[in-house]
Design a protein around this ligand. Structure first.
Ligand code: AP5
Ligand code: MG
Length: 218
């Protein structure tokens, strides 16, 4: 099964991807997490991506498309979290999935900008695993140390100035994908109210994807 999560920064894509991965065995393919891992490991890709990411700009399409192409070769299905986010990326993915005769569903996360800011400002992440917490909504463990012993951090691009810029980038470069996937020749598009609680959003997505049981929190 291939699923695309589409929505603004802070909408809850990563949170829901981790829940669905755990509950239903889907494979989360988060381009943001992959880039952050490369930065930690100091790879060429990580060094190249660093300045774009910290500013809140997108990494160039050709680089991201090559990374995803390589990953897809080894995956029979994926839950795309943060990809595609430009029309050229969507076209590249469309060609890849069509070549492999893989149908897909797009889940569009609908959430207000005020809520996005609140979610991003209170977010803490495990830089090794990408696991996500929120000061109020998904409280991190004591001392902000995750179960694997990794200290949680706040992302550089969650600073107010970078959040503002990421939202502009989203409106300009990623929002056109709503119309792109609204075209009936493409995959099925399902809009989800992402202002609900984590549990309720999980239930709605699981239902939209045809899963019987309600997803459990990780
Ligand atoms: P990426 O890591 O993909 O960031 P993003 O799209 O900006 O999304 P976020 O991870 O910020 O938000 P999310 O929707 O996953 O929300 P989360 O679940 O964490 O990309 C980062 C950068 O990498 C980009 O800016 C770009 O530079 C580069 N990049 C990545 N992919 C690229 C691509 N394809 N092309 C080019 N460049 C690319 O939730 C947020 C917070 O809210 C958490 O604290 C969470 O606990 C809380 N929360 C979640 N759901 C709920 C809920 N229902 N109720 C209450 N709180 C909630
Ligand atoms: Mg994320």
């Amino acid at each position: 099964m291939d699923v695309i999560f589409l929505g603004p920064p802070g909408a809850g894509k990563g949170t829901q991807a981790q829940i669905l991965e755990k509950a239903y065995g889907l494979h989360q393919l988060s381009t943001g997490d992959m880039l952050r891992k490369n930065r930690i490991e100091g790879t060429e890709l990580g060094k190249l991506a660093q300045s774009y990411m910290d500013r809140g700009d997108l990494v160039p399409d050709d680089i991201i498309i090559a990374v995803v192409e390589k990953e897809l070769e080894r995956l029979p299905g994926a839950l795309f979290d943060g990809f595609p986010r430009t029309v050229p990326q969507a076209e590249a993915l469309e060609n890849l999935l069509r070549r492999k005769s893989r149908p897909y569903t797009v889940i569009l996360f609908d959430v207000s900008e005020g809520m996005i800011r609140e979610r991003l400002i209170g977010r803490w992440v495990n830089p090794k695993t990408g696991r996500v917490f929120h000061e109020r909504f998904s409280p991190p463990p004591d001392g902000k140390i995750d179960a694997d012993g990794t200290p949680l951090i706040q992302r550089e691009d969650d600073k107010p100035e970078a959040v503002r810029h990421r939202l502009e980038v989203y409106h300009k470069q990623t929002e056109p994908l709503i119309a792109y996937y609204g075209d009936p020749r493409r995959g099925r598009l399902v809009k989800v109210d992402a202002t609900e609680s984590v549990e309720n959003v999980s239930k709605v997505i699981a239902h939209a994807l045809g899963f019987q049981d309600v997803a459990a929190s990780p």
